[in-house]
Design a protein. Sequence first.
Length: 260
Amino acid sequence: MAPSAGDAPAEWRVTDGFVAYPEAVAAMEQRVAAIAAGDAPEQVWLLEHPPLYTAGTGARAGQVLNARFPLHPTGRGGQVTYHGPGQRVAYVMLDLSRRTPDVRRFVATLEEWIIRTLAACGVRGERREDRVGVWVHRPGKGDGYEDKIAAIGIRLRRWVSLHGIALNVDCDLTHFAGILPCGVSEARYGVTSLADLGLPVTMAQVDMMLRREFEGLFGPTVADSPDAERPERSTPTAGGATVGRPQATDVPHPLHSTRR
């Protein structure tokens, strides 16, 4: 999924603190429109949200068990998932028409990005054909038990991607109990984080590994401009044109919420 020769590197943006979900989506949509118009370079935006749930286009009634946090409908593919402190969300805004206009290959490369990042942390993450997300074996819980550690959910607009991945670093896993994450209800399939696996890595360390592994798959990045506009941050609460561009699209990816 490398960029075309001569294209500018993707900007790598990291926001400290917590970014409210509506402000993040608005900023992401504005940037994607600029990328599609050829007015801005691609961008990867790393952030954290206050506690909240999001419902993708595949969400179904009954997947929210206890609405203890705000629920935000969203245009990404997938079902219901959780975002919150200690989870690294990476919004990936790439122009696939300048790379490889293949949605399944893009999703597979996002999965590989997570798997390589986990490997750098000493964790073996794996894909599952019958379940969405990136999973780890939990033999200590019993035979056949696995936990999901990362989610993927995307949308394409004029072949530019929106949304991205969510990796559980050191988040409150009890917050997932309010939903059926991505519709998975079997008791032997749970949720975990790097901290839950006994790996006390910092968010800064995870960010460093994410950037290194991203560049190995998607090409070089450059730090974003410090003068760029930023959405307002919040505190946690409970309550462009190219020659030969493929046909424009604006569709959520159908592989669920934690492929999110």
